[in-house]
Design a protein around this ligand. Structure first.
Ligand SMILES: NC(=O)c1ccc[n+]([C@@H]2O[C@H](COP(=O)([O-])OP(=O)(O)OC[C@H]3O[C@@H](n4cnc5c(N)ncnc54)[C@H](OP(=O)(O)O)[C@@H]3O)[C@@H](O)[C@H]2O)c1
Length: 175
């Protein structure tokens, strides 16, 4: 059984679609069903559900607001990914969590590799970098995927964001 957290977001939504197509057994949760910032709730929720893979799609993604909402950002992007790794270890499940290319400062002229040392420049990216580290340290079956963009149809996606920008641009042109 696969557990998806943050399942109403872009990535979680598409995992649900793919798992349905492939007839895979999964449980989809977002913060109303399972708040990943509370490890005891997570432990209680997964009890007796025979979970063998946890995919953490939940995150705090407001890069600009994170500068003020530091505590919330660290809760979701640092400590929750670590706690999910600990829970996965307790039940022997594989564990995947997502991070970002923002863990690097972007000054390198060649492609980044797994060996490159993160140099985060913001609260969001520092929280993500620390979350990666703690998740990997907590469990040897933790896998971290760094992505620069997620292009999905759910939640605040690239399409709805760019549509807003284009609309604002058109209004400026008219003015
Ligand atoms: N979007 C991008 O372009 C991008 C770029 C680089 C890396 N990433 C990373 O890729 C992963 C997936 O991103 P995404 O775009 O699919 O994210 P998303 O659309 O923002 O989805 C995150 C989901 O987590 C939920 N959530 C918030 N707090 C929670 C909590 N306490 N417990 C459980 N769920 C909670 C959110 O609910 P609410 O929406 O109601 O808060 C939302 O449904 C994340 O780790 C993200 O940081 C994304």
């Amino acid at each position: 059984m696969i557990l998806i957290t943050g399942a109403n977001g872009q990535l979680g939504h598409d995992f649900q679609r793919i798992f349905k197509e492939k007839n895979l057994d999964f449980i989809a949760t977002d913060y109303k069903e399972l708040d990943i910032t509370n490890i005891d709730t997570v432990r209680e929720f997964i009890k007796d559900k025979n979970i063998n893979l946890i995919i953490n799609c939940a995150a705090y993604n407001n890069v600009d607001k994170a500068e003020e909402e530091l505590e919330m950002c660290y809760k979701l992007n640092t400590y929750a990914p670590r706690d999910l790794a600990l829970v996965a270890k307790e039940i022997g499940a594989d564990y995947i969590t997502y991070s970002t290319d923002f863990v690097f400062d972007g000054s390198k002229n060649t492609p980044y590799t797994e060996e490159d040392i993160p140099k985060p420049l913001s609260v969001y990216s520092a929280a993500k970098a620390e979350g990666e580290k703690l998740a990997l340290e907590a469990y040897d079956k933790s896998f971290v995927v760094r992505t620069s963009w997620v292009f999905g149809i759910a939640n605040n996606n690239f399409n709805s964001a760019t549509r807003f920008v284009m609309k604002s641009y058109d209004m400026l042109k008219v003015a």
